[in-house]
Design a protein around this ligand. Structure first.
Ligand SMILES: O=P(O)(O)OC[C@H]1O[C@@H](O)[C@H](O)[C@@H](O)[C@@H]1O
Length: 242
């Protein structure tokens, strides 16, 4: 009924790009910040490919560090309370966070209707439900969209910092959620739109990894660890997934 293997009792949902249409919002905020930074150094602009390969799905400072490394740029780490003007990894991350929060608060957040339907169906079927996101803005997004009512557990960018977890593509955040919901990885399904996310699903030995392709990267999702790829979670309800 839910398009999942029979042993699966726990659903672990990524947030941005899986439940909410916020991957594009993050991408736009990253581009705004990096383009201004690169312009000052005479570098080429930040692209969608840069986002997918180096930033998408990872905790904020990992995204800053990994993208800069791809351009051969090294900056001091700084500290989480650096001002957004600081030329540090944390400073650039804070600058991007100001941009993303401004967009979320001004434009609002769109929920994928297929995902809302899937959450409702999973709840009715008695499956446990967690959100596992690298974003420290997860709670705010779940609350403004009304999705919080479907979610029993949140492992997010704040948890990563306080519990010192490794972010995606390491499997730690998904494993922590499965553990807290009392199951082995083999009994849980990971829903992910980011390459780093499906990679985390594969690395953790999860029972099933659903790749959600919103940007035409189905093949890359499969290569990085998706067991199946859909364009919308409703396809799993309708049973027409490939
Ligand atoms: O900067 P935040 O809100 O803590 O989010 C960190 C990351 O969270 C992930 O969910 C997004 O896919 C990334 O694009 C984002 O950079």
């Amino acid at each position: 009924m839910l398009g999942l293997p029979p042993q699966v009792t726990v659903c672990l949902f990524d947030l941005d790009g899986v439940l909410t249409d916020t991957a594009a919002v993050h991408m736009a905020a990253w581009k705004e910040m990096f383009d201004a930074f690169l312009r000052d150094r005479g570098g080429a602009p930040f692209t969608a490919e840069d986002y997918e390969q180096y930033v998408d799905g990872k905790p904020r400072t990992d995204g800053v560090r990994d993208f800069l490394a791809s351009r051969g740029i090294t900056l001091p780490e700084g500290s989480p309370d650096d001002p957004p003007t600081a030329s540090t990894i944390n400073g650039l991350g804070n600058r991007k966070n100001d941009a993303v929060q401004h967009r979320i608060r001004t434009d609002g957040v769109r929920v994928f209707e297929g995902s809302r339907r899937y959450l409702q169906a999973a709840q009715q079927a008695g499956l446990r439900r967690a959100v596992v996101s690298s974003s420290a803005n997860t709670q705010e997004v779940l609350e403004v969209t009304g999705l919080a009512q479907y979610i029993e557990l949140r492992v997010d960018g704040v948890t990563i910092r306080t519990d010192k977890l490794r972010g995606k593509p390491a499997p730690d955040t998904f494993l922590a959620a499965a553990h807290q919901l009392g199951v082995e990885a083999s009994q849980a399904v990971v829903f992910e739109d980011a390459l780093a996310g499906v990679e985390a699903g594969r690395a953790g030995g999860f029972g099933y990894v659903v790749g959600v392709d919103r940007v035409g990267q189905a093949e890359a999702l499969r290569q990085h660890g998706a067991s199946v790829v859909v364009q919308d979670l409703a396809e799993l309800l309708d049973g027409d997934h490939r």
